[in-house]
Design a protein. Sequence first.
Length: 369
Amino acid sequence: MKIGLIKEIKENEHRVAITPNGVRELVDRGHSVCVTFEAGVGSGYSDDDYISSGATICHDFYAWDSDLVVKVKEPQVEEYKYFNGQILFTYLHLAGVDKELTLKLLSTNTTAIAYESITDNFGNLPLLSPMSAIAGNMAVTIGSYYLQYTDKSMFFDGSGVQLGKINGVNSGNVVVVGDGVVGRHAAEMANGMGANVIILGLETDYRWEYLSRGHMNTSIEYKCSTSWNLEPAVKDADLVIGAVSIPGKKSPIVVTEDMVKSMRKGSVVVDVSIDQGGCIETSHIRNHQNPVFMHHGVIHYCVSNMPGAYPKSATNILTKATLPYIAVLADMGLDNVDPNFTNGIYTHNGRITNLMVAESLELMEYYEV
């Protein structure tokens, strides 16, 4: 199979979908890999690295003209012209981006498979988890950074609260909304710094058992995500991290505008869920060049491709997760993959094959199992 590896053109996106070692694995399996010029430069990999691994370096058109195209982020408008019925394998988050992308995938009979919705035998999301872990860690460091009081010399004034243990006393209140991979990593990171941490989640028996078995530090306070728990926690928070996601659907609004209004001036919210529309009502999407805005006196960080800020780490861990799936897809073809794989198929033969995507985009007329 011919595989195209695409250079990301989304603003400030420096990850690449496969490392040179990953390319070598695919070539050794008998596949040809066409890599666009300088696709891996942002992650520290040169064209020569890919050539040494058996790839061919080519222009965008030739890489897109492949049986299987692999990327990191959803295609940008400038790339729609390359859709021609191939298999596209990437993070799509269709419910959180312009509907035009989905319509273009449908009109070109492109098979779009989303990393974020592929499951394993236990219902986990093995291809979303690595980037969620990076984003969860990053949410705390970013939030801590913007809490600085800078007298407007660099950006908006933070409250001046430092997150961390100071002379043995915990400092700063961090509220994490969502107890999935993003939420757990964020809570652990904030707790490790020495902040006071509350995580608000589903509190099912499974999750409570997970926490009680020692998978999360017992000094982290765990509460059920209800309005009567959320309101006082958010009001008292220095940093609120939104980490609510439902595969294929827009994230529900969990933190309301009134809750944000109640926060102290100079507090920070980091909405990691923004790539699926955001779970904080006052959020709207930004990028790494212009990442923050102030609303109701609260600093908002809402960047949709947060792990792109750490491309070297992100690319390596992404390849480790996705390569087995790319190899199986290339070796066996779409018709012979594991049923768990098919959970990630969003469009095929001009139809939407994922109910939640169709519902979120109000395109039920295109839905077909």
